[in-house]
Design a protein around this ligand. Structure first.
Ligand SMILES: [Zn+2]
Length: 391
């Protein structure tokens, strides 16, 4: 079995949350605590964590983490904030500028969505394969429904994001198509409705409470009011079904192979050795050699470099052309058991303008300069020794 298909492996998805406020940075503001609460709810729901609102469900072994690096490899909180009324009210122009490489990050945008709690533009599928990784490959959640509020309203427990990410990973509504009763019996339930057999058919969304007052639909005795892909109140939703989970994991592997990293909780802390080497400090615009080395006996399944934009197809030795500034790079290698090891290194680049500036100071006999990065005075002569080739 391809280790990726092992149902026990956890797939972890890095998320960047883009908060879009109005021009005054007040309307639509969401603080860090709410973002963290939202990520916590996603993990409670997708992992059916004990003692959480999602505990009654099934563990999908899909988890979420705020990205700790931006697409250029710089440390990040995984949260961006923008004050722009047009963006806050739905214009896609700023969204497209803010987008982080969608093959590698789940971009979750939070703004004022006029007529919905949230949306995705498409489900990953054969027909939509080309849209994965495009600027429309986002998840949108209205700022009023993002996070956990417990206001006594319907959509206040963070389940709008759970629902939309269900779509993002290939799930349809339990009531698809509306106003129709698709087959509920095998095998037709796999070709009609939401294409799954363990979600009972229903002709319309279930809305409102979860007090057991269940109206029948499509001749069924039960309604999947507790399913995240319905329209019930947040507090009533507790589960994805096993077939929904299979589809989401399948969609991830098939359509979003670069989005997730595999976590095998059975792997040792250091399943194998990985060493990353880079060239000596260079000047801006020159190329660099980078290479990764692993133990001889490791059978490699996948190699992923970061920042992804810098690297071509996965390989162990790479030449990076024209780096303009110091860059943190990392490589993650997965072996055939599904165990991963990561190594990182800093490529030191002397920016070309700095080099010219220091050269000018040197020529005028100025030997001390203030190095803002190191927050101290630095001797230009030492500096010129380090970057001599740039001067
Ligand atoms: Zn939906």
């Amino acid at each position: 079995m391809n280790p990726d298909n092992d149902p026990d492996l956890e797939y972890q998805i890095p998320v960047v949350v883009h908060i879009l406020m109005d021009d005054s940075c007040s309307l639509g503001a969401v603080d860090d605590a709410q973002v963290h609460a939202q990520i916590r709810v996603l993990n409670e729901d997708f992992r059916a964590l004990p003692d959480s609102n999602g505990a009654l469900g099934e563990d999908s072994r899909i988890s979420f983490v705020l990205a700790d690096r931006d697409p250029e490899g710089r440390p990040s909180s995984g949260i961006t904030r923008t004050c722009n009324t047009a963006a806050h009210t739905g214009s896609s122009v700023v969204r497209n500028e803010l987008l982080w490489a969608p093959h590698f990050y789940l971009n979750l945008f939070v703004f004022d969505i006029e007529d919905a709690a949230g949306f995705v533009y498409f489900f990953p599928s054969q027909d939509n394969g080309g849209r994965v990784g495009s600027s429309s490959d986002i998840v949108a959640v209205d700022f009023k429904n993002f996070g956990v509020f417990d206001r006594g309203e319907g959509l206040d427990f963070g389940r709008t994001a759970t629902h939309e990410i269900g779509h993002y990973l290939g799930l349809d509504h339990t009531f698809y198509p509306q106003f129709d009763c698709p087959a509920g019996e095998f095998p037709d339930c796999y070709t009609q409705g939401d294409l799954l057999c363990d979600t009972p058919p229903e002709s319309h969304p279930f809305r409102g409470g979860c007090d057991g007052d269940i109206e029948a639909s499509c001749g069924q005795t039960t309604r999947p009011f507790d399913n995240y892909m319905n329209y019930s109140d947040d507090i009533c939703m507790t589960r994805f079904t096993p077939e929904q989970i299979n589809r989401m994991r399948c969609s991830l592997r098939r359509y979003r192979p670069n989005l997730y990293r595999v976590i095998d909780n059975a792997c040792d802390e250091t399943p194998f050795t990985l060493t990353l080497t880079t060239g000596a400090p260079r000047c801006g615009g020159e190329s660099f050699a980078v290479s990764a080395v692993i133990d001889d006996d490791v059978v490699v399944d996948a190699v992923a470099w970061s920042p992804p934009d810098l690297f071509r197809a996965p390989r162990f030795a790479e030449t990076l052309a024209a780096l303009q500034r110091t860059t943190e790079i990392s490589v993650q290698v997965r072996d055939m058991r599904g165990c991963t090891v990561q190594a990182s290194a800093t490529i030191t680049v002397v920016p070309a303008p700095d080099a010219a500036m220091y050269a000018a100071w040197r020529d005028r006999g100025v030997f001390l300069a203030f190095d803002a990065d190191a927050d101290q005075s630095t001797t230009v002569l030492d500096y010129t020794a380090i970057v001599g080739t740039c001067l």
